[in-house]
Design a protein around this ligand. Structure first.
Ligand SMILES: NC(=O)C1=CN([C@@H]2O[C@H](COP(=O)(O)OP(=O)(O)OC[C@H]3O[C@@H](n4cnc5c(N)ncnc54)[C@H](OP(=O)(O)O)[C@@H]3O)[C@@H](O)[C@H]2O)C=CC1
Ligand SMILES: O=C1CO[C@H](CO)[C@@H](O)[C@@H]1O
Length: 391
């Protein structure tokens, strides 16, 4: 484990949960006392304030990067030198150029680069994704993802140089990959339109943003992110397909409510209060996707397959975010610049129109309050729209 802060502890809780098969064995932290404390808390045999020493130990098979965004690249380089599989937290890079260098490094070193995008592993996301892939909601037309909370927990997030940006790179990376998953990762993200602003905090970066990502098949991904939202951590997704709809609420108000006068402590990530009516989360580590995520990552290493989320995915997400920053500045749709796109090459995904018969398209089936039924049809040649009463 590289890093001993907030996410390192979530990851460690997940890796050591219940009767875990994989062992966390050592930790690097720049402050030796924190390294020791982490090693003591998780019963690790080794700790150090030297990153290379930890990465290159002979008993290390894979390295988990839990360091601030500006340190991901150097940490990946250390893993590539030592030829250790590497699992890196989100966002992969501060920008696409950094992410691409990391992708190249792991591929040249012949090691696995797993992208730790936990919100694409939540139980609700995985079940919804399967439903979408099984055709339950038809073709996905629109996928929206929202993450909003009162702001990050550490100083470096608020410093543009270390973080690479504000809530768009920090939270938007999750939302973009969630929408991309529902729309289909083989479908090329083409262009983006984005609004971003610094609404509340005295920082150089944005603390609120909304973006649209247009895909080659006509689907639209939408993200809403904020570091200004009061009342906890709001993680919600909506998927609209030609044959159905999915609404997901991953975190706040999901059916577990508790009242307290405030004698206790931690309630849930980013909860702003420990008194009054509270919204705890059952198994936070699992609900946030960490458990499924590490299972997939280590299965992939063992079986020499690809995990669901790879460094390539991290790079695509960074490329979309770069275009969003540009669009927020120019106020225009901006193209997503991708070097070495690996998905579908076509822009021709056919029409969504449904034929009623040889001459007509079906626009709508309707049942009226009195029980009458009718069809609204459009003539394929003349364009005339007509209503047809049916039994
Ligand atoms: N859902 C998710 O997937 C989440 C992912 N993250 C990601 O995890 C990464 C780390 O975030 P988080 O754990 O929240 O941050 P923290 O600030 O809690 O922890 C950061 C860790 O990095 C160390 N560190 C900070 N600066 C340096 C430096 N200059 N050199 C060496 N080590 C340093 C810290 O050491 P020290 O304690 O001495 O400061 C600490 O061990 C980020 O990329 C973030 O985006 C974060 C939260 C959730
Ligand atoms: O989802 C998340 C919760 O908040 C953290 C701090 O802003 C993020 O880094 C993390 O990815």
């Amino acid at each position: 484990m590289l890093g001993s802060g907030f996410i390192a502890r979530f990851y460690a809780d997940s890796l050591q949960a219940q009767r875990a098969k994989d062992s966390l064995i050592s930790v690097y932290s720049r402050n030796i006392d924190k390294a020791k404390k982490f090693a003591d808390d998780y019963h690790l045999g080794f700790y150090s304030d030297d990153m290379d020493t930890v990465v290159s130990r002979p008993d290390v098979d894979a390295v988990v990067i839990s360091l601030p965004n500006n340190l991901h690249e150097a940490a990946v380089a250390a893993c590539a030198r030592a030829k250790r599989h590497v699992l890196c937290t989100k966002p992969l890079g501060r920008n696409a150029a950094e992410a691409k260098r990391m992708l190249d490094m792991v591929e040249e070193a012949g090691i696995m680069g797993g992208y730790l995008e936990d919100l694409c592993y939540t139980p609700k996301f995985l079940k919804s994704l399967k439903a979408v892939q099984d055709g339950n909601i038809g073709k996905v037309l629109w996928a929206k993802s929202r993450e909003a909370h009162p702001g990050p927990h550490s100083d470096w997030f608020w410093d543009h140089e270390q973080s690479g940006g504000g809530c768009m790179v920090d939270l938007g990376c999750h939302c973009i990959e969630i929408s991309r998953g529902f729309i289909g990762k083989n479908i090329r993200p083409v262009e983006v339109m984005c609004w971003a602003a610094t609404q509340v905090h005295p920082i150089k970066a944005e603390d609120g943003a909304i973006g649209l990502v247009k895909y080659a098949n006509g689907a639209i991904g939408q993200f809403e992110v904020s570091w200004c939202f009061r009342g906890g951590m709001d993680l919600r997704d909506e998927v609209m397909g030609t044959e159905g709809t999915i609404w997901l609420n991953n975190f706040l108000r999901t059916g577990f409510e508790m009242f307290s006068t405030g004698k206790g402590g931690y309630v849930a990530e980013k909860a702003e209060s420990s008194s009054g009516w509270l919204f705890p989360v059952g198994d936070e580590v699992h609900e946030l996707g960490y458990t499924n995520m590490f299972t997939d990552m280590f299965n992939a290493i063992e079986n020499k397959t690809e995990p669901l989320e790879t460094f390539y995915d991290g790079y695509i997400v960074n490329a979309i975010i770069d275009a969003c920053y540009l669009s927020a500045k120019t106020g225009k749709w901006e193209p997503v610049q991708i070097e070495g796109w690996r998905g579908d090459q076509t822009d021709d995904y056919g029409s969504n129109f449904i034929s009623y018969d040889d001459e007509h398209y079906l626009i709508k089936k309707e049942i009226l309050p009195n029980g009458d039924r009718k069809l609204i049809l459009k003539h394929k040649v003349t364009g005339e729209v007509v209503a047809l009463d049916v039994e």
